[in-house]
Design a protein. Structure first.
Length: 130
């Protein structure tokens, strides 16, 4: 027994799916917005001893990723990676308790990030004609 099935417009559908697949792997606007939102939230959540921790937030984004870092790479008392780690995990010289401000910043942006990515993907699918 043999069954043959033909679809009208399969070439057009394949071209649209191919275009959508390529475009969905490039979402720099969405990840840039997510990066900016994490940095803004982080400025509000950061400990306010002298403001160095909040000022040390930097970020970058690409087609499929957003990164936010706090503290420099240098070993410095203020604005450095060691100082930021002490603020986040505690164990400072004055017996500070942990202040998980980096985690709070990330988790508070999770819903925004998910919604922003969904909107961007939907717009890419519309642009591809799907």
């Amino acid at each position: 027994m043999r069954i043959d099935v033909e679809f009208d417009g399969i070439v057009d559908l394949d071209a649209r799916l191919t275009k959508a697949g390529k475009e969905i792997r490039r979402l720099p606007r969405a990840f840039g917005d997510i990066r900016n939102r994490i940095i803004r939230t982080g400025h509000g959540e950061a400990p306010r001893y002298h403001g160095a921790t909040a000022r040390s937030l930097t970020g970058k984004s690409s087609n499929l990723k957003a990164e936010v870092h706090a503290g420099g790479d240098e070993y410095r008392s203020h604005d450095g990676g060691v100082y930021v780690a002490m603020n986040h995990y505690g164990t400072r010289w004055d017996g500070q308790t942990p202040n998980r401000w980096l985690y709070r910043s990330l988790y508070s942006v999770a819903d925004f990030g998910r919604a922003r990515l969904e909107r961007e993907i939907d717009s890419k699918l519309r642009e591809a004609g799907l």
